[in-house]
Design a protein around this ligand. Sequence first.
Ligand SMILES: [Zn+2]
Length: 360
Amino acid sequence: MKIIIAPSKYIQGKDALKELTKYGKVFGKKFLILADEFVTNLTKDLIVEGNSNEDVELSFALFNGECSKNEINRISEIVKENGSDVIVGVGGGKTLDTAKAVAHYTKLPVIIAPTLASTDAPTSALSVIYTDSGVFDEYLLLPKNPEIVLMDTEVIANAPTRLLVSGMGDALATYYEARVCYAAKAVAMAGGQPTMSAMALATLCKNTLFERGYAAKLSSDANIASEAFEEVVEANTYLSGIGFESTGIAAAHAIHNGFTAIEDCHHLYHGEKVAYGTIAQLVLENAPSEEIQKVIDFCQLIGLPTTLVEMGVKGNLEEKMRIVAEASCAEGETIHNFPYEITPAMVYDAILLADKLGQR
Ligand SMILES: [Zn+2]
């Protein structure tokens, strides 16, 4: 069976947060807005000012920083006390995942408003739950995607460029991983095999990055929400979001997970490790040289790591890469979405050859 899933509505543009309730009021009148302290300081005034003319009630809850069961229960209690009927998450990944989980347990609609374009998680029907001390706990698979994903590109253009670039690293993997899953008829997180439609979005994602990625990076450096910037925000968030969820992931993300096993790479963002994993995946597939070179050139142009030194790996290279390769091939890892068997030895070779190609 083929399946594609998506948020019900995707809204993107300058000052979109000022129109939050204009689009959200079809779902209710009492909005509970969840954001951490930093994002509250950044956005509360513009949300209040922009949404004052609608016949709605806004209340704000401060997110404590961890998407844990205790925090989800605490916010759910606030929702019940306030009689809120719409949940809004504003900020980064953990805030958004908490908003999704709260909406799920209180059976309310949710609006997701990222202040960054650093990953493809916002559109998904998934929350990653941690313990109170920040250790991974479990994946909470939700029965539906968010009602609305709303991207205020004015706010996002003022975020650090490294986060946008990291988002491009995450989005870069989408097409290449989709291609593997499509060939293998693998079942994606959406619960079915990739559709033609999802494949078309994954292809558009890749083309948008290659054509607009560098201009978007420069726009972010200058804090300008240019057309190129808008296109890349859409690629990082919507195209890559539908992509990973409805076409599936493969070696790039598995190798990313492998790199989380070594201390040296803990300073890197998700998309930075995924970018290196993408190059290693292409080597693993024995993709045409021109295709691999195009990806390496793009990564170097926008500032994504293409060598192990740039990944922060210092000393004991072979030993560490054996650990990464082993972890990449753990049971249940998405690397097994390949249409043929992948072994740690194959991944090890691919990681080291990717490093040599990056150095050239
Ligand atoms: Zn990812």
